[in-house]
Design a protein around this ligand. Structure first.
Ligand SMILES: *Cc1c(COP(=O)(O)O)cnc(C)c1O
Length: 397
């Protein structure tokens, strides 16, 4: 049985494993929507919540349960609810607690679909939302001078790798009674545990580094508050149905087993590639929290201990040069996903952030020359050679 005193690498491999009567070594994949009862009385007692047992896979499933327990262990959280996608997790984390008249403050450097929820969906239900520049504590302080229900932020952010001071923002939020939700996709629990800085809820797109090999979609919501679980999250989860597929949970349990070593290698490669890009012809700026040139380098190191697995860089010229650069790459593939063992590049202005208007793009630093690189697990020398030959094609020797 799982032991909460295990160290993280052990929890990643063995945490939450429960074996069936067949004593299988590998976690079982329980592809079942329902569960049978010995008697009608047992079924009645289950519905009266007098007995706790599997009832329907929208509520709970053994494979998904193992994934949730392992995720909770590595985050140091009491509760984890696994969802079908990262967006289902973020949507639930917000909608389960909010009602008309509430106020939400968020950092503006958010994943595109998170911005859509803040700007377009929540206001439709009478929820006031305000965006701030996440790196500017004065803006947080001003926005958090009024009663607020939730704060949503992402650090490091997508795609400009901006860092938010978790401790400072959590302190400001708690003074006005707000719960802080941190989207921890880029760092993962291996590099950063937001709850240690005061965050109330941590959300993941497990599609990214937790699957880690670009196979399945998934999400997770983690927290400690009993009332939040019982009165808000669980009723929302059971009745609106964002549940994760058992197959995806099984795949991602396998992903967790190698998460620690993968994330460390991603960071090592990202650091090598970032340093190389800083000197590459045609590259104007490199956004990577692990570089001394990053304006929040010290804060990034204090919160994550390294620069993380993602970077972005701006090349000279605009969209035409950026597209030519992407098209010239031979090893690094064009793809808007991230967190894969394969290195993936995308042009945020025309993909992940194409729905954001020009003024907001400018505020976010998403220029036409910006490219986002999810650094994979290949040999860093091959990645550097690919970037060098692309630079030669676009900018000459
Ligand atoms: C991908 C991503 C999401 C959304 O997750 P999906 O699994 O695609 O729904 C949210 N936040 C961040 C930072 C992401 O990278």
């Amino acid at each position: 049985m799982s032991n909460k005193t295990w160290r993280t690498s052990t929890q990643l491999v063995q945490g939450g494993t429960r074996r069936s009567a067949f004593d299988e070594t590998c976690e079982g994949l329980f592809l079942t929507s329902g569960y049978v009862y010995e008697t009608a009385e047992e079924q009645e007692a289950t519905f009266k919540e007098e007995i706790k047992r599997y009832q329907y896979s929208r509520f709970a499933n053994p494979t998904v349960g193992m994934f949730e327990e392992r995720m909770a262990m590595i985050e140091g959280a009491k509760y984890c609810l696994a969802t079908a996608t990262g967006m289902a997790a973020i949507n639930m984390a917000l909608m389960a607690q909010l009602q008309a008249g509430d106020r939400v403050v968020a950092s503006r450097a958010l994943f595109g679909s998170c911005l859509h929820i803040i700007n377009n969906i929540l206001p439709k239900f009478g929820i006031e939302t305000e965006l701030v520049d996440g790196h500017d504590l004065n803006q947080w302080e001003a926005a958090l001078s009024k009663p607020t229900r939730c704060v949503l932020l992402e650090t490091p952010s997508n795609p400009t790798l901006e860092i938010v001071d978790l401790k400072a923002v959590c302190d400001l939020a708690h003074k006005v009674g707000a719960r802080v939700i941190v989207d921890n996709v880029f760092a993962t629990a291996i590099l950063q545990r937001p709850m240690e800085f005061g965050a109330d809820i941590v959300v993941y797109s497990t599609t990214k580094y937790i699957d880690g090999q670009g196979r399945t979609l998934g999400g997770a919501v983690l927290f400690n508050d009993d009332a939040l679980f019982k009165d808000e999250m669980m009723p929302y989860f059971r009745n609106t149905g964002p549940a994760m597929s058992p197959f995806n949970a099984w795949t991602q349990l396998k992903g967790l087993e190698t998460l620690d070593m993968r994330v460390r290698k991603h960071c090592e490669n990202a650091t090598l590639v970032a340093k190389f890009l800083e000197k590459l012809k045609g590259v104007r700026t490199v956004n990577y929290p692990g570089l001394h040139s990053h304006p929040q380098h010290k804060l990034a190191m204090a919160q994550m201990g390294c620069g993380g697995p993602m970077l972005s860089f701006e090349i000279e010229g605009g969209k035409e040069q950026a597209f030519a650069f992407e098209n010239a790459l031979q090893l690094i593939r064009i793809c808007n996903n991230l967190g894969d063992s394969k290195s993936l590049i995308t042009h945020p202005a025309t993909t992940t952030h194409s729905k954001v208007d020009a003024a907001e793009k400018a505020r976010l630093g998403i220029s036409d020359g910006l490219l986002r690189l999810s650094v994979g697990l290949e040999d860093a020398e091959d990645l550097k050679e690919d970037l060098a030959q692309a630079s030669k094609v676009v900018f000459g020797a």
